[in-house]
Design a protein around this ligand. Structure first.
Ligand code: SF4
Length: 488
């Protein structure tokens, strides 16, 4: 989200005549885009600010202005300005359009602040300026904010209510990225699959939102609007050779029509992020996640039924308020049972303003949190190492990202399930069964036979250049797969 916000900020500033530089000594203004979700992220920003304050004091000729943007700006506006006297500008996540005015105010040595949250700001008409134009992939923000009130989370307070961009503006942006040669899009939002476009009257006739079985929300059921499945349908038709991913979803918003669409469209990746947070129903209730361990597992099994090859990932928090040893064991068994392909694991850090801060005690000692974090890591590593072994001998379609970090003689890319694949950089046939060969470049789709793995990567031999539709067609025909995605 921070990358996507930075691209929006840069687009707004570029239109207002600002230029960018990678060197702090050349810069007149340094803007830091921040995240307040975890204490650790905030600590890093405070360290960065201390460093920048030193640079600011050391400047003798041109002054250096420092600005804090995003979630942390909204959360800590008072201490940033009054207590720390650290910054010249503070702008919340819904105030980026106001940046040129705010920067002009700092010219008169005023501290400029705008942290108002909006009910409708989506930056729909701002075309983000990509920070890494060489990258084969791009992020597209489709909605902002969150209406869930998980007790541990600061996002609803720093990012405001859910609002979605009109579908047409998203389709236009993705079409442009496809024309520029981008091969993979990640649709972004705090609750990306709660997307709901109500921008036109004709969209308001839809039925009530269907939720996954056994899931509930703290807010009243919403009606009408074009939903995430409608958006996925439209964006996956733009370019059959462009992969579509999305993050971060809430498990409640996976209705069957969306799962069905993912199982049928070859360019919508069979990789779903299903953030569980805990494997214990009592902890989930204290977290106010709206589901039990049982309903989460029922959803997982349902997803496996509809998309058998799906790669699942998840977020887990250990050491949440009151978490007993027994409750934590349920998280370990869930990690082992679901067999995730990747996980984001965290020790709980209490955030001010959250419901947990008001209602519960952060009573799990930090050494226990750290021990549990390491046990979650260990459980996940064992599961994923076993899971990656099941790929041996299989052929995967890999989108090439660039050279492997370890050796120039190898290339790195990702399969459909978002697992990293390393393979030698050699010339290969330009297509299946062709005698003509060509080099492999970033942005190419390559068919790779997996020959080895670790808990972090798959290793393989590249076979031939391909495309998403050709790969699926060949694989289904040649290997007689029982699950075959439709080629568009
Ligand atoms: S769904 Fe829960 S964890 Fe995710 S952003 Fe919203 S409040 Fe935070």
């Amino acid at each position: 989200m921070n990358v996507s916000d930075t691209e929006v900020v840069w687009s707004i500033l570029k239109s207002a005549g600002f230029e960018n530089t990678n060197s702090i000594s050349e810069a007149d203004i340094v803007l830091i885009v921040t995240c307040a979700i975890r204490e650790n992220a905030e600590n890093k920003i405070w360290e960065r600010l201390t460093y920048l304050k030193g640079r600011k004091r050391a400047r003798t000729k041109r002054p250096l202005k420092i600005g804090i943007l995003g979630c942390m700006a909204e959360r800590l506006k008072h201490s940033l300005i009054e207590k720390e006297k650290a910054v010249d500008l503070v702008a919340g996540p819904d105030s980026y359009r106001d940046l040129p005015r705010l920067l002009a105010l700092t010219e008169n040595n005023q501290t400029a602040v705008n942290v108002l949250l909006s009910l409708d700001e989506t930056y729909a008409d701002v075309v983000p300026v990509r920070l890494n134009e060489d990258s084969v992939s791009a992020f597209v923000s489709i909605m902002r904010g969150c209406d869930n009130m998980c007790t541990y989370c600061i996002v609803p307070f720093t990012r405001g209510r859910e609002r979605s961009r009109p579908i047409d503006s998203i389709v236009k942006e993705i079409q442009k990225l496809s024309d520029e040669g981008v091969k993979e899009i990640t649709l972004l939002g705090q609750n990306v699959n709660s997307y709901r476009d109500t921008s036109q009257e004709s969209f308001s006739l839809g039925n009530e939102t269907k939720m996954a079985k056994g899931f509930k929300t703290v807010y009243k059921t919403k009606k009408g609007g074009l939903r995430f499945a409608d958006l996925l349908d439209k964006v996956s038709l733009i370019d059959p050779d462009m992969r579509i991913r999305f993050t971060s979803p809430h498990p409640k918003d996976f209705p069957d029509e969306m799962l069905q669409l993912i199982s049928e469209r070859s360019n919508i990746c069979s990789h779903l992020h299903l953030p569980a947070q805990s494997g214990n129903s009592k902890v989930l209730e204290r977290m106010r996640r709206g589901y039990t361990r049982e309903s989460y597992l029922e959803l997982v099994n349902h997803v496996y039924d509809i998309i058998p090859d799906v790669a699942l990932s998840s977020d887990f928090i250990c050491g949440f308020c009151g978490e007993t040893e027994e409750e934590f064991q349920d998280t370990l068994t869930l990690i082992r049972e679901v067999k995730y392909s990747s996980t984001f694991l965290f020790a709980y850090s209490m955030r001010e303003k959250t419901t947990a801060h008001r209602r519960y005690k952060d009573d799990v000692p930090s050494e226990i949190k750290l021990r549990r974090l390491s046990e979650m890591n260990q459980a996940f590593r064992e599961v994923v190492a076993e899971k990656n072994e099941t790929f041996h001998g299989k052929v995967q379609l890999v989108l090439v990202e660039g050279r492997s970090k370890r050796s120039d003689k190898f290339l790195a890319g990702r399969n459909d399930g978002n697992v990293k694949v390393i393979f030698p950089s050699i010339d290969i046939p330009v297509e299946f069964q062709s005698k003509t060969t060509s080099v492999i470049k970033p942005g190419d789709y390559v068919s790779v036979k997996i020959t080895g793995s670790s808990s972090q990567v798959l290793k393989g031999e590249p076979l031939y250049h391909s495309s998403i539709p050709d790969f699926n067609k060949n694989l289904c025909e040649q290997m007689g797969l029982n699950h075959c995605k439709l080629s568009l």
